[in-house]
Ligand binder design. Structure first.
Ligand code: MEV
Length: 431
């Protein structure tokens, strides 16, 4: 297997990039062509995916390099509109790989289906009656999705919780379902809808809702990386931070601790995490709204809203980063199948199960967050961000493809990245 450490990938032509990715991921000619196609969805296909289709809204698809995850090199497909996200992830992956890259793990793919019952007289009695019939209820739910059961998934457990709503007590039944390589919404929704009437009968209540919960607390993925002192020092070579490496590490930990202490900062901190997670999720055809909802809800699960990552020093003084969040992702169904490019992106990631996909996405979330707080703790976010943003500004000012690089380089040199200045530079260049 090739290395994902591809020198100056960003300087290569589109054809060279695609050729490298093709070789790395052993793509077929057809898959490589798809990767380099601007619009992969036909009108006919997209008109079946959603309603009232008129056109196509597109995002650039970039490839983050340098990632070593659980000992395997991988290229990361990222669909995102924000400059510097792909570059930042690649940069941090390069720092992490010197100490072995990212290590990951994840829970079994268990999703929760909810049945909320109102009008139940006696919670304890309803609970014991439902739990008493658990085996029969699970058996019935199992019969709903024999394909899932054939692949080793299916309903696993039933929990009964009491909730207090404005209008009275609610009995909340959770059906826990192992959805294997699916995101799971369809399977879970069908199951809870099919057993709701049995639950009503057992409890004497009326079911008000029967649907999946996007707070997938049983389906978390975790990633960890050591950012060695040496690699951090090397990453700032030639850049004046005014700090020693030890001071940089302490400053990064302090930036993280601010997020622990302050919800306003924690939200932005987590936005940085989601820059990476959403970009991979979108590239791979995932339901990123479900991922977003679950991530932020988990950030406040049974506690105040907190950062999804944490940082500390190991005994040798290296910086260690960790991330944990629910990731309901799938390899079957949904846009994964209708959008052929999603399949190619999954192939780049070399994932065989939804759990592996979740683990890789978690690693990218950690990388993205580390990239942001590394900048914030040293030069400030604008230095790196704006240098790349300059290309955007150059385009906005009307630069032709062959002029973009020169205009953005000149603005970066002048530390003046504005559309007006880009227009002036263009005028001067064209004279
Ligand atoms: C910008 O898209 C994301 C950041 O604001 C994240 C952060 O502040 O940690 C840079």
């Amino acid at each position: 297997m090739g290395s994902s450490e591809i020198h100056k990938f960003y300087k290569k032509s589109r054809e060279e990039r695609i050729a490298l990715v093709k070789e790395f991921a052993e793509l077929s000619d057809e898959e490589a062509t798809l990767l380099g196609t601007n619009s992969v969805l036909s009108f006919e296909t997209s008109d079946k995916m959603i309603e009232n289709v008129v056109g196509m809204q597109q995002l650039p698809l970039g490839i983050a390099t340098n990632f070593l995850i659980d000992g395997a090199d991988c290229l990361i497909p990222m669909a995102v509109e924000e400059p510097s996200v792909v570059a930042a992830a690649s940069k941090v992956a390069g720092i992490a790989r010197t100490a072995g890259g990212f290590t990951t793990e994840s829970d079994e793919p268990i999703m929760i289906g909810q049945i909320a019952l109102v009008g139940v007289e006696d919670f304890e009695k309803a609970k014991s009656t439902i739990i008493g019939k658990k085996a029969e209820l699970l058996e019935k739910a199992k019969g709903i999705d024999p394909v899932l059961v054939k692949f080793g998934g299916g309903p696993r457990d039933i929990e009964v919780h009491e909730r207090q709503a404005k209008s009275g007590k609610i009995v909340m039944v959770h059906l826990l379902v192992d959805v294997r390589d699916a995101m799971g919404a369809n399977a879970v929704n069908t199951m809870v809808e099919s057993i709701a009437s049995d639950i009503e009968e057992l409890s004497g209540g009326k079911s008000r809702l029967r649907i999946i919960s996007n707070l997938a607390v049983h389906r978390k993925a975790r990633a960890k990386a050591v950012f060695s002192k040496e690699a951090i020092e090397e990453s700032f070579k030639g850049k004046d931070t005014g700090k020693t490496t030890e001071e940089i590490i302490d400053a990064i930990i302090e930036v993280y601790e601010v997020a622990e202490a302050d919800q306003f900062r924690a939200t932005t901190h987590n936005k940085g995490v989601m820059n990476g997670i959403d970009a991979v999720a979108i590239a791979c055809g995932q339901d990123w709204r479900a991922i977003e909802a679950g991530a932020h809800s988990f950030a406040a699960f049974e506690t105040k809203y907190r950062p999804l990552t944490k940082y500390y020093k190991d005994d040798a003084g290296n910086l260690v980063g960790e991330i944990e969040l629910p990731l309901a992702v799938g390899l079957v169904g949904g846009a994964v199948k209708t959008n052929p490019l999603a399949g190619v992106c999954l192939k780049l990631l070399k994932v065989k199960t939804a759990q592996e996909l979740a683990e890789k996405i978690a690693a990218v979330g950690l990388a993205q967050n580390f990239a942001a707080i590394r900048e914030i703790a040293t030069r400030g976010i604008q230095a790196g961000h704006m240098a790349l943003h300059g290309k955007n500004i150059a385009v906005m000012a009307g630069a032709k493809p062959e002029e973009i690089e020169a205009v953005s380089a000149k603005m970066a040199e002048e530390k003046n990245i504005r559309v007006n200045r880009a227009k002036e530079i263009l005028e001067e260049m064209r004279k």
